[in-house]
Write a protein that binds this ligand. Structure first.
Ligand SMILES: Cc1ncc(COP(=O)(O)O)c(C=O)c1O
Length: 402
């Protein structure tokens, strides 16, 4: 029996980039494994040498749908394949029957722009009002959002974890308030799925959009939309194609029914046209690994490494966003002073110099909202954390000597 550390070291060896990089950029995209590459190769080879096997491609889609559903504690029929987060959010935005003077509650200063513009679009198309609840200390103000809900509120949206500064939102509390009031609750779950335990029943969400290249360790160009069965079944999709129409089991993909038709039950009604089969193939090995490890174990490891990094940075005198013992901390560690509009450079010249120094020493991280963002995943280990802390110390010593 291998202990946990040995299990994770073996897993790490499947990610060749860990040999040359200290990779802390899961907030942008994760590393992928050799198994991911092999799955993608297998799919392309099938088309290269055999012209492709469509029934097998459809079986792949159903396997991946079921595995993602299991990861987030949903049912397969509650999952639709999407292109990315924006596609999922816009699918819901376009399918909810908004009326003039309805309102949408959100926190524009912490959401990714891809969860802000869809609502400005709804505002301009349907004369819907936006109720914008400011963040408090870098966190979504859940109490403030609940208090902002009115009888005209049609939808509330937030991210489960913000992309910067990377704190968790108290989603279950907001979810319960929405459910009690009959308000649709949509979350952007891309910064938590795959890296942190994300259980849609516990979170009490009606819908959740994610893409696969971040915590799910897949490729760009694919995402999932979870939509709760009861919530999906009353929505008329904005866009419709064959796979959204229920022609019964085992009917050909090119079959056409009558002019009168039923929509597919659940989230499948939102799927438009053929799938991103390569990205689905690439997503499967990581889903298998996540299901095998279990989300709770993954979360525990990622958050432990993040706490170690955060407290090390704090001990070196750097400003770490959020209280060190805040239970809403995640696998993301952000360092510096937030500057909401700045993603090109660190808020201070000093931090920019640390960023450049780390990057030159093969550490990979990002700058978002003016702060250095480290995003951890389970291929990382304690040595990665120590290496970044040692480099930071060396950078400080050089600055003093200069
Ligand atoms: C919270 C969050 N939402 C959305 C996105 C991106 O959206 P999309 O997948 O539509 O490109 C990102 C990062 O790229 C993000 O961090």
């Amino acid at each position: 029996m291998m202990n946990d550390e040995a299990v994770f070291e073996k897993i790490r060896s499947d990610y060749p980039a860990t040999k040359k990089l200290t990779y802390f950029d899961a907030g942008a995209r994760s590393l992928v494994s050799v198994q991911t590459r092999a799955a993608l190769d297998k799919l392309v080879d099938s088309q290269l040498y055999e012209g492709g096997d469509k029934p097998e491609m459809f079986r792949l889609i159903e396997r991946v749908r079921e595995k993602f559903a299991r990861l987030i504690n949903a049912r397969s029929e509650e999952i639709a394949f999407m292109k990315n987060v924006s596609d999922g959010l816009n699918t819901i935005a376009g399918s909810i029957p908004f009326k003039p003077n309805d309102n949408v509650v959100l926190t524009s200063d912490l959401e990714h722009p891809n969860n802000v513009y869809p609502w400005y679009n709804v505002r301009d198309k349907s004369q819907v009002k936006i109720i914008d609840v400011p963040s408090v200390n870098g966190q979504i103000d859940v109490e403030g959002m609940i208090n902002a809900i009115t009888p005209s509120t049609k939808l509330v949206t937030c991210s489960t974890v913000t992309y910067s500064p990377g704190m968790r939102t108290n989603v279950p509390k907001l979810g319960k308030a929405c459910r009690d009031r009959g308000v649709f609750f949509l979350v952007d779950g891309v910064q938590s799925c795959g890296v942190l335990r994300t259980d849609v029943e516990e979170l009490m969400v009606d819908a959740m959009a994610v893409s696969t290249q971040k915590g799910l360790q897949g490729l760009y160009g694919m995402g999932f939309l979870y939509c709760r069965m009861e919530a999906a079944n009353v929505l008329r999709p904005e866009r419709l194609a064959r796979f959204g129409v229920n022609l019964g089991d085992d009917t050909h993909e090119a079959a056409a029914g009558d002019q009168e038709f039923d929509l597919m039950p659940g989230a499948r009604r939102f799927e438009v046209g053929n799938y991103n089969f390569p990205a689905a193939a690439a997503a499967e090995p990581a889903l298998d690994r996540m299901l095998e490890l279990g989300s709770a174990v993954i979360e525990e490891r990622n958050c432990r490494l993040a706490r170690r990094l955060a407290s090390g940075m704090h001990q070196l005198g750097l400003e770490v966003c959020g209280d060190l013992d805040d239970p809403l901390r995640t696998h993301i560690v952000t360092v510096g002073e937030m500057d909401l509009e700045n993603h090109e450079s660190a808020g201070s010249g000093e931090l920019q110099s640390l960023f450049d120094y780390l990057w030159a020493n093969d550490v990979r991280l990002s700058i978002r909202r003016g702060v250095l963002r480290f995003g951890i995943h389970f291929y990382n280990n304690d040595q990665d954390v120590d290496r970044v802390l040692d480099l930071t110390k060396r950078w400080q010593e050089q600055a003093v000597a200069a």
